[in-house]
Design a protein around this ligand. Sequence first.
Ligand code: G4P
Length: 534
Amino acid sequence: MLDAPSNRPALPPEISRRRTFAIISHPDAGKTTLTEKFLLYGGAIQMAGQVRAKGEARRTRSDFMKMEQDRGISVSASAMSFDYREFRFNLVDTPGHSDFSEDTYRTLTAVDAAVMVIDGAKGVESQTRKLFEVCRLRDLPILTFCNKMDRESRDTFEIIDEIQEMLAIHVTPASWPIGVGREFLGCYDMLRNRLELMDRADRNKVAESIKIEGLDDPKLAKHVPQDLREKLIEEVEMAKELLPALDPQAVLEGHMTPIWFGSAINSFGVKELMDGIATYGPEPQIQAAEPRQIAPEEPTVAGFVFKVQANMDPKHRDRVAFVRLASGHFQRGMKLTHVRSKKPITVSSPVLFLAADRELAEEAWAGDIIGIPNHGQLRIGDTLTEGEALKVTGIPSFAPELLKNCRAGDPMKAKHLDKALMQFAEEGAAKVFKPMVGSGFIVGVVGALQFEVLASRIELEYGLPVRFEPSQFTSARWVHGEKTAVESFVQKNKQHMATDNDGDVVYMTRLQWDIDRVVRDHPELTLSATKEMQ
Ligand code: G4P
Protein backbone atom coordinates (compact mmCIF):
# COMPACT_ATOMS: atom_id res chain seq x y z
CA MET A 1 0.00 0.00 0.00
CA LEU A 2 1.18 3.50 -0.73
CA ASP A 3 1.75 5.86 2.14
CA ALA A 4 -0.34 8.99 2.23
CA PRO A 5 1.85 11.98 1.50
CA SER A 6 1.54 14.76 3.99
CA ASN A 7 2.13 18.45 3.73
CA ARG A 8 2.12 18.91 7.50
CA PRO A 9 3.55 17.48 10.68
CA ALA A 10 2.07 14.10 11.52
CA LEU A 11 -1.50 14.30 12.78
CA PRO A 12 -2.94 11.97 15.41
CA PRO A 13 -4.00 8.77 13.59
CA GLU A 14 -7.72 9.31 14.22
CA ILE A 15 -7.50 12.62 12.39
CA SER A 16 -5.05 11.67 9.67
CA ARG A 17 -7.29 8.80 8.53
CA ARG A 18 -10.11 11.17 7.70
CA ARG A 19 -10.86 12.25 4.14
CA THR A 20 -13.55 14.87 3.81
CA PHE A 21 -14.55 15.62 0.25
CA ALA A 22 -17.34 16.55 -2.12
CA ILE A 23 -18.19 15.31 -5.58
CA ILE A 24 -18.55 17.99 -8.23
CA SER A 25 -20.05 17.28 -11.63
CA HIS A 26 -22.43 18.39 -14.31
CA PRO A 27 -25.91 16.84 -13.90
CA ASP A 28 -26.08 13.36 -15.40
CA ALA A 29 -22.35 12.67 -15.35
CA GLY A 30 -22.89 9.94 -12.77
CA LYS A 31 -22.49 11.54 -9.34
CA THR A 32 -25.40 9.64 -7.81
CA THR A 33 -24.24 6.34 -9.22
CA LEU A 34 -20.71 6.92 -8.00
CA THR A 35 -21.94 7.96 -4.55
CA GLU A 36 -23.91 4.75 -4.38
CA LYS A 37 -20.87 2.67 -5.21
CA PHE A 38 -18.82 4.53 -2.61
CA LEU A 39 -21.42 3.70 0.00
CA LEU A 40 -21.52 0.12 -1.15
CA TYR A 41 -17.78 -0.34 -0.81
CA GLY A 42 -17.85 1.62 2.41
CA GLY A 43 -20.27 -0.96 3.79
CA ALA A 44 -22.85 1.77 4.38
CA ILE A 45 -25.41 0.06 2.16
CA GLN A 46 -25.73 -3.60 1.35
CA MET A 47 -26.58 -3.53 -2.30
CA ALA A 48 -26.60 -1.16 -5.17
CA GLY A 49 -30.00 0.36 -5.80
CA GLN A 50 -30.57 1.20 -2.18
CA VAL A 51 -29.59 4.78 -2.72
CA ARG A 52 -31.69 5.28 -5.77
CA ALA A 53 -34.58 2.87 -5.78
CA LYS A 54 -34.75 1.02 -9.06
CA GLY A 55 -36.93 2.52 -11.74
CA GLU A 56 -37.38 5.65 -9.70
CA ALA A 57 -34.94 7.91 -11.42
CA ARG A 58 -32.81 10.20 -9.32
CA ARG A 59 -33.63 9.59 -5.75
CA THR A 60 -30.82 9.46 -3.31
CA ARG A 61 -31.03 9.16 0.41
CA SER A 62 -29.56 12.59 0.58
CA ASP A 63 -32.56 14.08 -1.17
CA PHE A 64 -34.76 15.25 1.61
CA MET A 65 -37.56 16.91 -0.18
CA LYS A 66 -40.37 15.85 -2.37
CA MET A 67 -39.50 18.70 -4.68
CA GLU A 68 -36.07 17.27 -5.16
CA GLN A 69 -37.47 13.90 -5.97
CA ASP A 70 -39.97 15.32 -8.45
CA ARG A 71 -37.37 17.44 -10.10
CA GLY A 72 -34.62 14.92 -9.99
CA ILE A 73 -32.20 17.38 -8.48
CA SER A 74 -30.47 17.38 -5.20
CA VAL A 75 -31.29 20.74 -3.69
CA SER A 76 -29.69 20.45 -0.31
CA ALA A 77 -26.27 19.27 0.60
CA SER A 78 -25.97 16.51 3.12
CA ALA A 79 -23.13 14.53 4.56
CA MET A 80 -22.44 10.83 4.58
CA SER A 81 -19.75 9.08 6.59
CA PHE A 82 -18.40 5.62 5.98
CA ASP A 83 -15.24 3.61 6.45
CA TYR A 84 -13.08 2.41 3.63
CA ARG A 85 -10.06 0.31 4.51
CA GLU A 86 -8.48 2.06 7.48
CA PHE A 87 -9.89 5.41 6.39
CA ARG A 88 -12.98 7.33 7.40
CA PHE A 89 -14.56 9.04 4.41
CA ASN A 90 -16.87 11.98 4.90
CA LEU A 91 -18.66 12.66 1.65
CA VAL A 92 -20.47 15.95 1.53
CA ASP A 93 -23.09 16.00 -1.18
CA THR A 94 -23.32 19.14 -3.27
CA PRO A 95 -26.41 20.19 -5.15
CA GLY A 96 -25.73 19.64 -8.82
CA HIS A 97 -28.07 22.23 -10.25
CA SER A 98 -26.54 25.55 -11.18
CA ASP A 99 -29.33 27.41 -9.42
CA PHE A 100 -27.87 26.36 -6.13
CA SER A 101 -24.36 27.58 -6.55
CA GLU A 102 -24.33 29.53 -3.30
CA ASP A 103 -25.18 26.49 -1.26
CA THR A 104 -22.58 24.55 -3.19
CA TYR A 105 -19.99 27.20 -2.57
CA ARG A 106 -20.55 27.02 1.16
CA THR A 107 -20.45 23.25 1.09
CA LEU A 108 -17.07 23.42 -0.56
CA THR A 109 -15.79 25.45 2.40
CA ALA A 110 -16.38 22.38 4.55
CA VAL A 111 -14.30 19.89 2.55
CA ASP A 112 -10.60 19.31 2.02
CA ALA A 113 -10.84 17.93 -1.52
CA ALA A 114 -13.22 17.39 -4.41
CA VAL A 115 -13.79 14.50 -6.77
CA MET A 116 -14.65 15.83 -10.21
CA VAL A 117 -16.78 13.45 -12.24
CA ILE A 118 -16.93 13.95 -15.98
CA ASP A 119 -18.76 12.03 -18.65
CA GLY A 120 -16.25 10.46 -21.04
CA ALA A 121 -18.37 11.39 -24.03
CA LYS A 122 -19.00 14.97 -22.97
CA GLY A 123 -15.81 16.07 -21.29
CA VAL A 124 -15.78 19.27 -19.23
CA GLU A 125 -19.32 20.68 -19.14
CA SER A 126 -20.53 24.08 -17.97
CA GLN A 127 -21.43 23.14 -14.43
CA THR A 128 -18.22 21.17 -13.94
CA ARG A 129 -16.34 24.24 -14.95
CA LYS A 130 -18.18 26.56 -12.58
CA LEU A 131 -17.71 24.22 -9.67
CA PHE A 132 -14.10 23.73 -10.54
CA GLU A 133 -13.58 27.50 -10.42
CA VAL A 134 -15.00 27.55 -6.91
CA CYS A 135 -12.57 24.81 -5.87
CA ARG A 136 -9.75 26.72 -7.47
CA LEU A 137 -10.49 29.77 -5.33
CA ARG A 138 -9.57 27.66 -2.33
CA ASP A 139 -6.84 25.64 -4.07
CA LEU A 140 -8.76 22.50 -3.19
CA PRO A 141 -7.10 19.29 -4.33
CA ILE A 142 -9.12 17.67 -7.12
CA LEU A 143 -9.23 14.02 -8.10
CA THR A 144 -10.90 13.30 -11.43
CA PHE A 145 -13.07 10.36 -12.43
CA CYS A 146 -13.88 10.01 -16.12
CA ASN A 147 -17.11 8.03 -16.12
CA LYS A 148 -19.18 6.04 -18.62
CA MET A 149 -16.20 4.51 -20.36
CA ASP A 150 -18.45 1.55 -21.23
CA ARG A 151 -20.11 3.88 -23.74
CA GLU A 152 -18.63 5.51 -26.80
CA SER A 153 -16.34 8.14 -25.35
CA ARG A 154 -13.83 10.62 -26.57
CA ASP A 155 -10.22 9.81 -27.22
CA THR A 156 -8.31 9.63 -23.94
CA PHE A 157 -5.71 12.25 -24.92
CA GLU A 158 -8.47 14.55 -26.08
CA ILE A 159 -10.24 14.32 -22.70
CA ILE A 160 -7.02 14.99 -20.82
CA ASP A 161 -6.14 17.92 -23.09
CA GLU A 162 -9.55 19.43 -22.63
CA ILE A 163 -9.25 19.32 -18.84
CA GLN A 164 -5.75 20.80 -18.97
CA GLU A 165 -6.77 23.57 -21.30
CA MET A 166 -10.21 24.47 -20.02
CA LEU A 167 -9.37 24.23 -16.35
CA ALA A 168 -5.70 25.16 -16.44
CA ILE A 169 -4.58 22.28 -14.26
CA HIS A 170 -1.99 19.58 -14.92
CA VAL A 171 -3.54 16.19 -15.51
CA THR A 172 -1.76 12.94 -14.80
CA PRO A 173 -3.30 9.60 -15.75
CA ALA A 174 -3.68 7.26 -12.78
CA SER A 175 -5.18 4.66 -15.08
CA TRP A 176 -5.43 4.21 -18.84
CA PRO A 177 -8.53 2.83 -20.57
CA ILE A 178 -8.24 -0.23 -22.78
CA GLY A 179 -10.66 0.12 -25.68
CA VAL A 180 -13.80 2.24 -25.64
CA GLY A 181 -17.54 1.67 -25.85
CA ARG A 182 -18.47 -1.91 -26.58
CA GLU A 183 -14.80 -2.77 -26.83
CA PHE A 184 -13.97 -1.33 -23.41
CA LEU A 185 -12.17 -4.06 -21.47
CA GLY A 186 -10.94 -2.23 -18.44
CA CYS A 187 -7.93 -0.17 -17.47
CA TYR A 188 -4.25 -0.41 -16.97
CA ASP A 189 -3.53 0.93 -13.49
CA MET A 190 -0.53 3.13 -14.17
CA LEU A 191 0.27 3.71 -10.52
CA ARG A 192 0.26 0.09 -9.45
CA ASN A 193 1.15 -1.60 -12.72
CA ARG A 194 -2.00 -3.72 -12.70
CA LEU A 195 -4.57 -4.73 -15.20
CA GLU A 196 -8.16 -4.14 -14.10
CA LEU A 197 -10.74 -5.98 -16.14
CA MET A 198 -14.41 -5.11 -16.15
CA ASP A 199 -17.06 -7.73 -15.66
CA ARG A 200 -19.90 -6.84 -17.99
CA ALA A 201 -22.05 -9.69 -16.82
CA ASP A 202 -22.37 -8.43 -13.26
CA ARG A 203 -22.64 -4.71 -12.68
CA ASN A 204 -22.03 -5.02 -8.98
CA LYS A 205 -18.96 -7.10 -9.23
CA VAL A 206 -15.70 -5.41 -8.46
CA ALA A 207 -13.20 -5.64 -11.28
CA GLU A 208 -10.74 -8.45 -11.43
CA SER A 209 -7.16 -7.25 -10.84
CA ILE A 210 -4.25 -8.92 -12.53
CA LYS A 211 -0.76 -8.06 -11.44
CA ILE A 212 1.54 -7.65 -14.42
CA GLU A 213 5.22 -6.83 -14.76
CA GLY A 214 5.09 -3.94 -17.18
CA LEU A 215 3.29 -3.77 -20.49
CA ASP A 216 5.54 -6.39 -22.11
CA ASP A 217 4.41 -9.01 -19.57
CA PRO A 218 3.12 -12.05 -21.54
CA LYS A 219 0.08 -12.09 -19.22
CA LEU A 220 -1.14 -9.01 -21.05
CA ALA A 221 -1.55 -11.03 -24.25
CA LYS A 222 -3.70 -13.53 -22.39
CA HIS A 223 -6.24 -10.92 -21.42
CA VAL A 224 -6.07 -8.20 -24.06
CA PRO A 225 -6.52 -8.87 -27.79
CA GLN A 226 -3.65 -7.84 -30.03
CA ASP A 227 -5.11 -4.68 -31.59
CA LEU A 228 -6.14 -3.25 -28.23
CA ARG A 229 -2.85 -4.31 -26.71
CA GLU A 230 -0.81 -2.51 -29.34
CA LYS A 231 -2.91 0.59 -28.97
CA LEU A 232 -2.58 0.48 -25.18
CA ILE A 233 1.20 0.11 -25.27
CA GLU A 234 1.57 2.93 -27.78
CA GLU A 235 -0.75 5.26 -25.87
CA VAL A 236 0.78 4.57 -22.47
CA GLU A 237 4.25 5.25 -23.89
CA MET A 238 3.03 8.50 -25.36
CA ALA A 239 1.28 9.43 -22.14
CA LYS A 240 4.43 8.84 -20.13
CA GLU A 241 6.33 11.06 -22.51
CA LEU A 242 3.80 13.84 -22.92
CA LEU A 243 1.98 14.03 -19.62
CA PRO A 244 3.41 14.89 -16.21
CA ALA A 245 4.07 12.07 -13.77
CA LEU A 246 2.07 12.01 -10.58
CA ASP A 247 3.41 14.52 -8.06
CA PRO A 248 1.52 14.01 -4.78
CA GLN A 249 2.56 17.41 -3.49
CA ALA A 250 1.23 19.17 -6.61
CA VAL A 251 -2.05 17.27 -6.13
CA LEU A 252 -2.30 18.46 -2.53
CA GLU A 253 -1.63 22.01 -3.63
CA GLY A 254 -4.38 21.83 -6.26
CA HIS A 255 -2.06 22.24 -9.26
CA MET A 256 -2.40 18.71 -10.57
CA THR A 257 -5.28 16.29 -10.84
CA PRO A 258 -4.87 12.55 -11.23
CA ILE A 259 -7.51 11.04 -13.52
CA TRP A 260 -9.06 7.59 -13.25
CA PHE A 261 -11.19 6.12 -16.01
CA GLY A 262 -14.12 3.87 -15.25
CA SER A 263 -17.77 3.10 -15.33
CA ALA A 264 -19.60 3.78 -12.10
CA ILE A 265 -22.65 1.81 -13.10
CA ASN A 266 -20.49 -1.24 -13.75
CA SER A 267 -18.64 -0.71 -10.46
CA PHE A 268 -15.54 -0.29 -12.55
CA GLY A 269 -12.68 1.98 -11.52
CA VAL A 270 -14.46 3.01 -8.34
CA LYS A 271 -12.23 1.17 -5.88
CA GLU A 272 -9.14 2.54 -7.61
CA LEU A 273 -10.58 6.01 -7.19
CA MET A 274 -11.31 5.34 -3.52
CA ASP A 275 -7.76 4.09 -3.02
CA GLY A 276 -6.65 7.29 -4.75
CA ILE A 277 -8.68 9.45 -2.35
CA ALA A 278 -7.20 7.55 0.58
CA THR A 279 -3.64 7.85 -0.68
CA TYR A 280 -3.48 11.20 -2.45
CA GLY A 281 -6.41 13.03 -0.88
CA PRO A 282 -5.56 15.44 1.91
CA GLU A 283 -5.93 14.87 5.62
CA PRO A 284 -8.02 17.44 7.50
CA GLN A 285 -6.51 20.83 6.74
CA ILE A 286 -5.87 24.03 8.63
CA GLN A 287 -8.95 26.25 8.85
CA ALA A 288 -8.77 29.99 8.25
CA ALA A 289 -10.16 31.93 11.22
CA GLU A 290 -9.80 35.21 13.11
CA PRO A 291 -7.76 36.14 15.08
CA ARG A 292 -5.80 32.96 14.37
CA GLN A 293 -6.15 29.89 12.20
CA ILE A 294 -7.24 26.55 13.61
CA ALA A 295 -5.05 23.44 13.22
CA PRO A 296 -6.79 20.05 13.21
CA GLU A 297 -4.45 18.57 15.81
CA GLU A 298 -5.31 21.16 18.46
CA PRO A 299 -6.66 19.36 21.51
CA THR A 300 -9.70 21.59 21.93
CA VAL A 301 -12.75 21.32 19.73
CA ALA A 302 -13.61 24.01 17.20
CA GLY A 303 -16.04 23.80 14.32
CA PHE A 304 -18.23 25.91 12.09
CA VAL A 305 -21.71 25.78 10.60
CA PHE A 306 -21.69 25.60 6.81
CA LYS A 307 -25.28 24.61 6.28
CA VAL A 308 -28.56 24.72 8.10
CA GLN A 309 -31.35 22.45 7.08
CA ALA A 310 -34.76 23.07 8.57
CA ASN A 311 -37.64 20.65 8.77
CA MET A 312 -35.62 17.68 7.63
CA ASP A 313 -38.29 15.67 9.28
CA PRO A 314 -41.54 17.62 8.80
CA LYS A 315 -43.07 15.75 11.71
CA HIS A 316 -40.57 17.17 14.14
CA ARG A 317 -39.87 20.61 12.73
CA ASP A 318 -36.28 20.30 13.71
CA ARG A 319 -33.45 22.32 12.40
CA VAL A 320 -30.10 20.74 11.90
CA ALA A 321 -26.90 22.75 11.66
CA PHE A 322 -24.19 20.90 9.73
CA VAL A 323 -20.93 21.52 11.53
CA ARG A 324 -17.52 20.79 10.14
CA LEU A 325 -15.13 20.05 12.97
CA ALA A 326 -11.94 22.00 12.43
CA SER A 327 -10.04 20.65 15.43
CA GLY A 328 -10.07 18.38 18.42
CA HIS A 329 -11.93 15.34 19.61
CA PHE A 330 -15.61 15.95 20.09
CA GLN A 331 -17.64 13.88 22.52
CA ARG A 332 -21.38 13.78 22.91
CA GLY A 333 -22.64 15.94 25.75
CA MET A 334 -19.81 18.44 25.42
CA LYS A 335 -20.45 22.02 26.30
CA LEU A 336 -19.30 24.30 23.50
CA THR A 337 -19.33 28.08 23.23
CA HIS A 338 -21.42 29.61 20.51
CA VAL A 339 -18.98 32.38 19.72
CA ARG A 340 -21.44 34.82 18.08
CA SER A 341 -23.77 34.94 21.10
CA LYS A 342 -21.04 33.98 23.62
CA LYS A 343 -23.53 31.48 25.02
CA PRO A 344 -22.77 27.90 25.97
CA ILE A 345 -24.46 25.11 24.03
CA THR A 346 -24.60 21.59 25.37
CA VAL A 347 -24.43 19.28 22.40
CA SER A 348 -26.38 16.35 23.72
CA SER A 349 -27.80 14.84 20.56
CA PRO A 350 -25.34 15.38 17.72
CA VAL A 351 -26.04 13.40 14.60
CA LEU A 352 -23.74 11.53 12.27
CA PHE A 353 -25.05 10.88 8.82
CA LEU A 354 -24.38 7.32 7.91
CA ALA A 355 -25.79 6.95 4.43
CA ALA A 356 -29.43 6.09 4.94
CA ASP A 357 -29.72 6.77 8.60
CA ARG A 358 -28.95 9.39 11.10
CA GLU A 359 -27.19 8.10 14.14
CA LEU A 360 -26.25 9.68 17.44
CA ALA A 361 -22.64 10.73 17.26
CA GLU A 362 -20.90 9.57 20.44
CA GLU A 363 -17.67 11.11 19.23
CA ALA A 364 -16.20 12.84 16.22
CA TRP A 365 -12.83 14.18 15.19
CA ALA A 366 -11.44 17.09 13.23
CA GLY A 367 -12.54 16.58 9.63
CA ASP A 368 -15.92 15.06 10.52
CA ILE A 369 -19.28 16.59 9.81
CA ILE A 370 -21.85 16.40 12.58
CA GLY A 371 -25.42 17.61 12.62
CA ILE A 372 -26.55 19.60 15.64
CA PRO A 373 -30.31 19.83 16.11
CA ASN A 374 -31.28 23.26 17.42
CA HIS A 375 -34.08 25.79 17.51
CA GLY A 376 -32.58 28.40 15.29
CA GLN A 377 -29.66 29.70 17.32
CA LEU A 378 -27.08 28.14 15.01
CA ARG A 379 -26.62 29.99 11.72
CA ILE A 380 -24.42 29.56 8.72
CA GLY A 381 -20.95 30.89 9.44
CA ASP A 382 -21.21 30.45 13.21
CA THR A 383 -18.18 29.13 15.05
CA LEU A 384 -18.31 26.77 18.04
CA THR A 385 -15.30 26.39 20.32
CA GLU A 386 -14.45 25.28 23.83
CA GLY A 387 -14.35 28.90 24.93
CA GLU A 388 -11.88 30.77 22.74
CA ALA A 389 -13.36 33.62 20.71
CA LEU A 390 -12.44 32.33 17.26
CA LYS A 391 -14.35 33.20 14.12
CA VAL A 392 -14.01 30.99 11.07
CA THR A 393 -13.65 33.11 7.94
CA GLY A 394 -14.27 32.63 4.26
CA ILE A 395 -17.93 31.59 4.24
CA PRO A 396 -19.53 34.04 1.87
CA SER A 397 -23.03 35.15 1.25
CA PHE A 398 -23.72 36.29 -2.30
CA ALA A 399 -25.96 39.10 -3.42
CA PRO A 400 -29.00 37.51 -4.99
CA GLU A 401 -29.33 37.83 -8.73
CA LEU A 402 -33.11 37.60 -8.77
CA LEU A 403 -35.53 39.50 -6.58
CA LYS A 404 -39.27 39.01 -6.14
CA ASN A 405 -42.01 40.21 -3.82
CA CYS A 406 -43.45 37.43 -1.76
CA ARG A 407 -47.14 37.49 -0.83
CA ALA A 408 -49.23 35.08 1.20
CA GLY A 409 -52.17 33.65 -0.75
CA ASP A 410 -54.24 34.39 2.35
CA PRO A 411 -53.47 37.93 3.63
CA MET A 412 -54.60 36.93 7.13
CA LYS A 413 -51.61 34.67 7.29
CA ALA A 414 -49.00 37.31 6.46
CA LYS A 415 -47.48 36.99 9.96
CA HIS A 416 -46.80 33.30 9.44
CA LEU A 417 -45.19 34.12 6.14
CA ASP A 418 -42.75 36.48 7.90
CA LYS A 419 -41.74 33.66 10.18
CA ALA A 420 -41.33 31.15 7.37
CA LEU A 421 -39.25 33.55 5.30
CA MET A 422 -37.01 34.42 8.22
CA GLN A 423 -36.40 30.78 8.82
CA PHE A 424 -35.44 30.10 5.22
CA ALA A 425 -33.19 33.14 5.28
CA GLU A 426 -31.40 31.81 8.34
CA GLU A 427 -31.09 28.47 6.67
CA GLY A 428 -29.39 30.23 3.77
CA ALA A 429 -32.06 29.17 1.27
CA ALA A 430 -32.86 32.77 0.31
CA LYS A 431 -32.16 36.37 1.22
CA VAL A 432 -35.06 38.23 2.72
CA PHE A 433 -35.11 42.04 2.53
CA LYS A 434 -37.45 44.35 4.36
CA PRO A 435 -37.80 47.55 2.37
CA MET A 436 -37.63 50.72 4.48
CA VAL A 437 -40.59 52.12 2.57
CA GLY A 438 -43.72 50.07 2.02
CA SER A 439 -44.75 46.72 3.40
CA GLY A 440 -44.02 43.10 2.66
CA PHE A 441 -40.78 41.37 1.91
CA ILE A 442 -38.54 41.06 -1.08
CA VAL A 443 -36.99 37.67 -1.50
CA GLY A 444 -33.71 37.29 -3.31
CA VAL A 445 -32.22 34.12 -4.73
CA VAL A 446 -29.30 33.17 -6.89
CA GLY A 447 -31.21 30.95 -9.32
CA ALA A 448 -34.84 31.03 -10.52
CA LEU A 449 -35.61 27.50 -9.46
CA GLN A 450 -35.08 28.50 -5.85
CA PHE A 451 -38.38 30.46 -5.92
CA GLU A 452 -40.23 27.29 -6.80
CA VAL A 453 -38.42 25.34 -4.14
CA LEU A 454 -39.26 28.02 -1.58
CA ALA A 455 -42.92 28.20 -2.58
CA SER A 456 -43.18 24.45 -2.38
CA ARG A 457 -41.46 24.27 0.98
CA ILE A 458 -43.49 27.13 2.51
CA GLU A 459 -46.65 25.36 1.46
CA LEU A 460 -45.45 21.92 2.56
CA GLU A 461 -43.86 22.92 5.83
CA TYR A 462 -46.08 25.83 6.91
CA GLY A 463 -49.32 25.09 5.06
CA LEU A 464 -49.11 28.53 3.44
CA PRO A 465 -49.68 28.98 -0.27
CA VAL A 466 -47.57 31.91 -1.51
CA ARG A 467 -47.06 33.88 -4.70
CA PHE A 468 -43.85 35.39 -5.94
CA GLU A 469 -44.43 38.54 -7.97
CA PRO A 470 -42.07 40.73 -9.94
CA SER A 471 -40.28 43.31 -7.82
CA GLN A 472 -39.39 46.83 -8.87
CA PHE A 473 -35.77 45.98 -8.04
CA THR A 474 -33.35 43.64 -9.72
CA SER A 475 -30.12 44.13 -7.79
CA ALA A 476 -29.13 44.32 -4.15
CA ARG A 477 -25.83 45.49 -2.70
CA TRP A 478 -24.70 45.63 0.88
CA VAL A 479 -23.65 49.10 1.99
CA HIS A 480 -20.57 49.42 4.16
CA GLY A 481 -18.92 52.49 5.63
CA GLU A 482 -18.74 54.69 8.72
CA LYS A 483 -22.00 54.53 10.66
CA THR A 484 -22.86 58.21 10.12
CA ALA A 485 -22.05 58.02 6.39
CA VAL A 486 -24.30 54.98 5.97
CA GLU A 487 -27.09 56.66 7.96
CA SER A 488 -26.94 59.81 5.89
CA PHE A 489 -27.00 57.75 2.67
CA VAL A 490 -30.00 55.79 3.94
CA GLN A 491 -31.89 58.98 4.77
CA LYS A 492 -31.40 60.35 1.27
CA ASN A 493 -32.23 57.14 -0.58
CA LYS A 494 -35.00 55.63 1.49
CA GLN A 495 -36.95 54.41 -1.55
CA HIS A 496 -34.01 52.20 -2.44
CA MET A 497 -33.08 50.98 1.00
CA ALA A 498 -33.84 47.77 2.82
CA THR A 499 -32.42 45.68 5.62
CA ASP A 500 -31.54 42.04 5.22
CA ASN A 501 -32.43 39.28 7.62
CA ASP A 502 -29.40 40.10 9.78
CA GLY A 503 -30.38 43.77 9.93
CA ASP A 504 -27.62 44.87 7.56
CA VAL A 505 -28.26 47.78 5.23
CA VAL A 506 -28.86 47.02 1.57
CA TYR A 507 -29.19 49.28 -1.45
CA MET A 508 -31.64 48.04 -4.09
CA THR A 509 -32.13 49.15 -7.63
CA ARG A 510 -33.13 48.19 -11.15
CA LEU A 511 -30.16 49.71 -12.88
CA GLN A 512 -26.48 48.93 -12.88
CA TRP A 513 -26.16 52.61 -13.72
CA ASP A 514 -27.48 53.49 -10.23
CA ILE A 515 -24.89 51.26 -8.61
CA ASP A 516 -22.11 52.85 -10.65
CA ARG A 517 -23.38 56.30 -9.71
CA VAL A 518 -23.42 55.52 -5.98
CA VAL A 519 -19.91 54.13 -6.23
CA ARG A 520 -18.75 57.29 -8.05
CA ASP A 521 -20.58 59.83 -5.85
CA HIS A 522 -19.96 58.17 -2.52
CA PRO A 523 -16.31 57.30 -2.12
CA GLU A 524 -16.93 57.05 1.63
CA LEU A 525 -19.11 53.97 1.07
CA THR A 526 -18.55 50.56 -0.45
CA LEU A 527 -21.25 48.56 -2.16
CA SER A 528 -20.59 44.87 -2.17
CA ALA A 529 -22.10 41.86 -3.83
CA THR A 530 -20.98 39.46 -1.11
CA LYS A 531 -20.78 39.59 2.61
CA GLU A 532 -19.18 37.22 5.05
CA MET A 533 -21.71 35.30 7.05
CA GLN A 534 -22.02 36.89 10.50
P1 G4P B 1 -25.93 12.51 -11.70
O1 G4P B 1 -26.17 12.14 -10.27
O2 G4P B 1 -24.57 13.05 -11.93
O3 G4P B 1 -26.99 13.36 -12.29
O4 G4P B 1 -25.93 11.17 -12.57
P2 G4P B 1 -26.54 9.73 -12.28
O5 G4P B 1 -25.65 8.95 -11.39
O6 G4P B 1 -27.96 9.86 -11.91
O7 G4P B 1 -26.38 9.10 -13.72
C1 G4P B 1 -27.01 9.65 -14.85
C2 G4P B 1 -27.34 8.56 -15.84
O8 G4P B 1 -26.13 7.97 -16.29
C3 G4P B 1 -28.16 7.42 -15.24
O9 G4P B 1 -28.96 6.88 -16.30
C4 G4P B 1 -27.12 6.41 -14.87
O10 G4P B 1 -27.62 5.10 -14.82
C5 G4P B 1 -26.15 6.59 -16.03
N1 G4P B 1 -24.78 6.15 -15.68
C6 G4P B 1 -24.06 6.40 -14.57
N2 G4P B 1 -22.84 5.83 -14.65
C7 G4P B 1 -22.79 5.21 -15.84
C8 G4P B 1 -21.79 4.45 -16.49
O11 G4P B 1 -20.71 4.20 -15.99
N3 G4P B 1 -22.11 3.98 -17.74
C9 G4P B 1 -23.31 4.21 -18.33
N4 G4P B 1 -23.50 3.72 -19.52
N5 G4P B 1 -24.26 4.93 -17.73
C10 G4P B 1 -24.02 5.42 -16.51
P3 G4P B 1 -30.48 7.19 -16.49
O12 G4P B 1 -30.96 6.35 -17.60
O13 G4P B 1 -30.67 8.67 -16.63
O14 G4P B 1 -31.12 6.77 -15.14
P4 G4P B 1 -31.46 5.29 -14.64
O15 G4P B 1 -32.63 4.87 -15.45
O16 G4P B 1 -30.25 4.42 -14.88
O17 G4P B 1 -31.78 5.46 -13.20
